[in-house]
Design a protein around this ligand. Structure first.
Ligand SMILES: N[C@@H](CCC(=O)N[C@@H](CS)C(=O)NCC(=O)O)C(=O)O
Length: 217
Protein backbone atom coordinates (compact mmCIF):
# COMPACT_ATOMS: atom_id res chain seq x y z
CA UNK A 1 0.00 0.00 0.00
CA UNK A 2 1.44 3.40 -0.97
CA UNK A 3 -0.12 6.74 -0.15
CA UNK A 4 1.07 9.74 -2.13
CA UNK A 5 0.45 13.32 -1.06
CA UNK A 6 2.15 16.63 -0.34
CA UNK A 7 4.25 16.97 2.76
CA UNK A 8 1.41 18.59 4.70
CA UNK A 9 -1.94 17.67 6.20
CA UNK A 10 -4.24 18.94 3.47
CA UNK A 11 -6.55 16.30 2.05
CA UNK A 12 -4.13 13.57 3.06
CA UNK A 13 -4.39 13.45 6.84
CA UNK A 14 -7.72 11.65 7.22
CA UNK A 15 -6.26 8.96 4.96
CA UNK A 16 -3.18 8.63 7.14
CA UNK A 17 -5.40 8.35 10.22
CA UNK A 18 -7.55 5.70 8.51
CA UNK A 19 -4.52 3.64 7.54
CA UNK A 20 -3.22 3.90 11.10
CA UNK A 21 -6.55 2.88 12.60
CA UNK A 22 -6.83 0.00 10.12
CA UNK A 23 -3.37 -1.15 11.23
CA UNK A 24 -2.16 -1.84 7.71
CA UNK A 25 1.37 -1.69 6.40
CA UNK A 26 1.76 1.32 4.20
CA UNK A 27 4.44 3.59 2.85
CA UNK A 28 4.14 7.25 2.10
CA UNK A 29 5.49 9.32 -0.73
CA UNK A 30 5.44 12.96 0.32
CA UNK A 31 6.05 15.50 -2.43
CA UNK A 32 7.74 18.84 -1.83
CA UNK A 33 7.19 20.57 -5.16
CA UNK A 34 4.95 20.52 -8.22
CA UNK A 35 7.96 19.60 -10.34
CA UNK A 36 8.71 16.58 -8.17
CA UNK A 37 5.07 15.46 -8.34
CA UNK A 38 4.78 15.91 -12.10
CA UNK A 39 8.00 14.00 -12.74
CA UNK A 40 6.75 11.12 -10.64
CA UNK A 41 3.19 11.28 -12.01
CA UNK A 42 4.29 11.16 -15.64
CA UNK A 43 7.07 8.64 -14.99
CA UNK A 44 7.00 5.96 -12.31
CA UNK A 45 3.32 6.34 -11.44
CA UNK A 46 2.18 6.27 -15.06
CA UNK A 47 4.27 3.15 -15.56
CA UNK A 48 2.31 1.27 -12.89
CA UNK A 49 -0.82 1.86 -14.97
CA UNK A 50 -3.08 1.47 -11.94
CA UNK A 51 -4.13 5.03 -11.14
CA UNK A 52 -6.52 6.11 -13.89
CA UNK A 53 -7.08 9.63 -12.52
CA UNK A 54 -3.72 10.61 -11.08
CA UNK A 55 -3.93 13.37 -8.50
CA UNK A 56 -2.81 14.01 -4.95
CA UNK A 57 -3.70 12.15 -2.85
CA UNK A 58 -3.50 8.81 -4.64
CA UNK A 59 -3.18 5.34 -3.18
CA UNK A 60 -1.66 2.28 -4.81
CA UNK A 61 -3.37 -0.73 -3.27
CA UNK A 62 -1.61 -3.48 -5.20
CA UNK A 63 -0.27 -4.15 -8.70
CA UNK A 64 -3.79 -4.08 -10.12
CA UNK A 65 -5.54 -1.42 -8.11
CA UNK A 66 -5.06 2.25 -7.48
CA UNK A 67 -7.45 4.85 -6.11
CA UNK A 68 -7.57 8.63 -6.25
CA UNK A 69 -10.02 11.29 -5.05
CA UNK A 70 -9.45 11.83 -1.34
CA UNK A 71 -12.97 11.05 -0.16
CA UNK A 72 -13.16 7.90 -2.26
CA UNK A 73 -9.82 6.73 -0.86
CA UNK A 74 -11.05 7.27 2.69
CA UNK A 75 -14.20 5.26 2.04
CA UNK A 76 -12.20 2.54 0.29
CA UNK A 77 -9.95 2.07 3.33
CA UNK A 78 -12.92 2.14 5.69
CA UNK A 79 -14.95 -0.36 3.67
CA UNK A 80 -12.02 -2.72 3.45
CA UNK A 81 -11.34 -2.57 7.17
CA UNK A 82 -14.85 -2.47 8.56
CA UNK A 83 -15.39 1.12 9.64
CA UNK A 84 -17.67 2.40 6.88
CA UNK A 85 -20.90 1.83 8.79
CA UNK A 86 -22.87 -1.33 9.45
CA UNK A 87 -26.09 -0.66 7.59
CA UNK A 88 -27.49 1.64 4.95
CA UNK A 89 -28.55 4.31 7.45
CA UNK A 90 -25.16 4.43 9.13
CA UNK A 91 -23.28 4.38 5.83
CA UNK A 92 -25.39 7.24 4.51
CA UNK A 93 -24.89 9.26 7.69
CA UNK A 94 -21.14 8.73 7.41
CA UNK A 95 -21.15 9.87 3.77
CA UNK A 96 -23.15 13.01 4.59
CA UNK A 97 -20.84 13.93 7.46
CA UNK A 98 -17.81 13.37 5.25
CA UNK A 99 -19.19 15.91 2.79
CA UNK A 100 -19.99 18.39 5.58
CA UNK A 101 -16.44 18.02 6.85
CA UNK A 102 -15.17 18.66 3.36
CA UNK A 103 -17.26 21.86 3.05
CA UNK A 104 -15.65 23.09 6.27
CA UNK A 105 -12.16 22.36 4.98
CA UNK A 106 -12.95 24.34 1.83
CA UNK A 107 -13.97 27.31 4.00
CA UNK A 108 -10.52 27.15 5.57
CA UNK A 109 -8.87 26.97 2.15
CA UNK A 110 -10.81 30.06 1.02
CA UNK A 111 -9.38 31.99 3.95
CA UNK A 112 -5.89 30.95 2.94
CA UNK A 113 -6.47 32.14 -0.60
CA UNK A 114 -7.95 35.53 0.32
CA UNK A 115 -6.02 38.72 -0.04
CA UNK A 116 -7.40 39.99 3.26
CA UNK A 117 -7.21 36.84 5.31
CA UNK A 118 -8.60 38.34 8.50
CA UNK A 119 -11.74 39.65 6.74
CA UNK A 120 -12.17 36.31 4.98
CA UNK A 121 -11.71 34.43 8.24
CA UNK A 122 -14.45 36.45 9.93
CA UNK A 123 -16.77 36.05 6.95
CA UNK A 124 -16.25 32.29 6.75
CA UNK A 125 -16.50 31.70 10.51
CA UNK A 126 -19.69 33.72 10.91
CA UNK A 127 -21.26 32.27 7.77
CA UNK A 128 -20.37 28.86 6.40
CA UNK A 129 -18.41 27.54 9.35
CA UNK A 130 -20.89 28.24 12.13
CA UNK A 131 -23.79 27.04 9.99
CA UNK A 132 -22.11 23.69 9.37
CA UNK A 133 -20.84 23.38 12.95
CA UNK A 134 -24.29 24.00 14.42
CA UNK A 135 -25.87 21.37 12.20
CA UNK A 136 -23.13 18.89 12.98
CA UNK A 137 -23.43 19.52 16.72
CA UNK A 138 -27.19 18.89 16.47
CA UNK A 139 -26.70 15.80 14.32
CA UNK A 140 -24.16 14.34 16.74
CA UNK A 141 -26.48 15.07 19.70
CA UNK A 142 -25.88 12.41 22.37
CA UNK A 143 -24.53 9.75 20.04
CA UNK A 144 -21.13 8.35 20.79
CA UNK A 145 -20.05 8.19 17.14
CA UNK A 146 -21.36 10.59 14.55
CA UNK A 147 -22.85 8.05 12.12
CA UNK A 148 -24.87 6.58 14.97
CA UNK A 149 -23.42 3.08 15.22
CA UNK A 150 -21.76 1.28 18.09
CA UNK A 151 -18.28 1.93 16.73
CA UNK A 152 -16.45 4.75 14.97
CA UNK A 153 -16.58 5.22 11.20
CA UNK A 154 -14.38 7.11 8.77
CA UNK A 155 -16.73 10.08 9.31
CA UNK A 156 -15.43 10.39 12.88
CA UNK A 157 -11.88 10.50 11.54
CA UNK A 158 -12.83 13.14 8.97
CA UNK A 159 -14.50 15.18 11.72
CA UNK A 160 -11.50 14.83 14.03
CA UNK A 161 -9.24 16.31 11.39
CA UNK A 162 -11.69 19.02 10.36
CA UNK A 163 -12.26 20.16 13.95
CA UNK A 164 -8.54 20.76 14.41
CA UNK A 165 -8.58 22.97 11.33
CA UNK A 166 -11.63 24.86 12.58
CA UNK A 167 -10.12 25.47 15.99
CA UNK A 168 -7.03 26.79 14.31
CA UNK A 169 -9.26 29.17 12.33
CA UNK A 170 -11.03 30.39 15.46
CA UNK A 171 -10.29 29.10 18.95
CA UNK A 172 -13.77 30.06 20.15
CA UNK A 173 -15.28 27.35 17.98
CA UNK A 174 -13.90 24.78 20.36
CA UNK A 175 -15.84 26.01 23.37
CA UNK A 176 -19.02 26.68 21.43
CA UNK A 177 -19.59 23.10 20.27
CA UNK A 178 -19.05 20.86 23.29
CA UNK A 179 -20.46 17.69 21.75
CA UNK A 180 -18.12 17.97 18.78
CA UNK A 181 -15.27 18.70 21.17
CA UNK A 182 -16.10 15.52 23.08
CA UNK A 183 -16.19 13.57 19.81
CA UNK A 184 -12.76 14.94 18.92
CA UNK A 185 -11.49 13.76 22.29
CA UNK A 186 -12.94 10.26 21.80
CA UNK A 187 -11.32 9.93 18.37
CA UNK A 188 -8.05 11.33 19.68
CA UNK A 189 -8.05 8.67 22.37
CA UNK A 190 -8.26 5.79 19.91
CA UNK A 191 -4.86 4.20 20.50
CA UNK A 192 -3.80 4.28 16.84
CA UNK A 193 -4.77 7.94 16.48
CA UNK A 194 -3.05 8.93 19.73
CA UNK A 195 0.12 7.11 18.69
CA UNK A 196 0.12 8.70 15.24
CA UNK A 197 -0.39 12.22 16.56
CA UNK A 198 2.40 11.71 19.07
CA UNK A 199 4.74 10.31 16.42
CA UNK A 200 4.12 13.10 13.90
CA UNK A 201 3.76 15.91 16.43
CA UNK A 202 0.68 17.29 14.68
CA UNK A 203 2.18 17.05 11.18
CA UNK A 204 1.82 20.75 10.38
CA UNK A 205 1.14 22.80 8.29
CA UNK A 206 -2.48 22.23 7.34
CA UNK A 207 -2.05 23.79 3.92
CA UNK A 208 0.61 25.82 2.12
CA UNK A 209 1.75 26.68 -1.39
CA UNK A 210 0.55 26.17 -4.09
CA UNK A 211 -3.00 26.19 -2.69
CA UNK A 212 -2.47 29.30 -0.64
CA UNK A 213 0.42 31.76 -0.57
CA UNK A 214 0.55 31.22 3.18
CA UNK A 215 1.49 28.36 5.39
CA UNK A 216 -1.56 27.77 7.53
CA UNK A 217 -1.33 25.77 10.68
N1 LIG B 1 -11.08 16.21 -5.72
C1 LIG B 1 -9.71 15.86 -5.50
C2 LIG B 1 -8.88 17.13 -5.45
C3 LIG B 1 -7.44 16.81 -5.53
C4 LIG B 1 -6.57 18.03 -5.50
O1 LIG B 1 -6.96 19.18 -5.82
N2 LIG B 1 -5.36 17.80 -5.10
C5 LIG B 1 -4.39 18.83 -5.00
C6 LIG B 1 -3.81 18.77 -3.60
S1 LIG B 1 -4.97 19.13 -2.34
C7 LIG B 1 -3.24 18.60 -5.95
O2 LIG B 1 -2.24 19.27 -5.87
N3 LIG B 1 -3.34 17.67 -6.87
C8 LIG B 1 -2.26 17.44 -7.80
C9 LIG B 1 -2.76 17.32 -9.18
O3 LIG B 1 -3.96 17.43 -9.37
O4 LIG B 1 -1.96 17.10 -10.08
C10 LIG B 1 -9.56 15.05 -4.20
O5 LIG B 1 -10.41 15.20 -3.31
O6 LIG B 1 -8.63 14.25 -4.09
Amino acid sequence: MELGYWNLRGLGNPLRLALEVAGVDYTERRFESMEEWHTFRDGALAKTGVVPFPSLPYMIVDENTGVSQSRVILRFIAERHGFAGDDEVERTAAAMVQEEASDLIMAYVKVGQAEDMEAARKEQVEGTVRTHMERLEAFLADKEWIAGGSSYTYADLAMYETLEWMWHLDAELEADYPKLRALHKRVGELPAVAAYVKRTDGDKPYIAKPFTPYKLG
